[in-house]
Ligand binder design. Structure first.
Ligand code: 5GP
Length: 111
């Protein structure tokens, strides 16, 4: 079943894109929880981090690389959170792997 992120990746739905490569896109979250709230999304659809097979783990290197660059670009490199939710009880609502890059305010402790 295709998710909203697949429609964004294909261009069927619009988004505020801040980065794109062959393998990843990064967009602004539609419902930001902080002044900087980006979503880093692999183009290949994995339902969550838990389903990324060992042979595809190189995507994690790219995600870290892009996160570091975007944190600098959005001037939050010294204070930000990078997270992915896995499963409904953890808060996942879109079942296509994505990482939230959140910063630009006091974030406080994790719940
Ligand atoms: P999750 O809850 O799965 O960890 O995160 C999904 C995120 O996707 C949420 O923060 C939500 O605001 C964001 N989101 C949902 N639909 C859209 C959309 O159509 N466009 C954008 N840019 N973000 C979306």
């Amino acid at each position: 079943m295709s998710t909203i992120f697949e429609k964004i990746i294909s261009g069927e739905l619009s988004s505020e894109k801040v980065f794109e490569s062959e393998t990843l896109i990064a967009i602004k979250d539609i419902n930001p929880q902080a002044p900087v709230h980006l979503l880093i999304i692999p183009k290949k659809a994995y339902p969550s981090l838990q389903e990324v097979p060992k042979e595809d783990l190189s995507i994690m290197r790219e995600i870290i690389d892009v996160s570091q660059a975007l944190a600098k670009k959005f001037e939050v490199a010294d204070n930000y959170r990078l997270l992915t939710n896995i499963g409904i009880k953890a808060g996942q609502s879109v079942f296509h792997l994505h990482f939230h890059l959140i910063g630009g305010k006091e974030l406080g402790p994790m719940a």
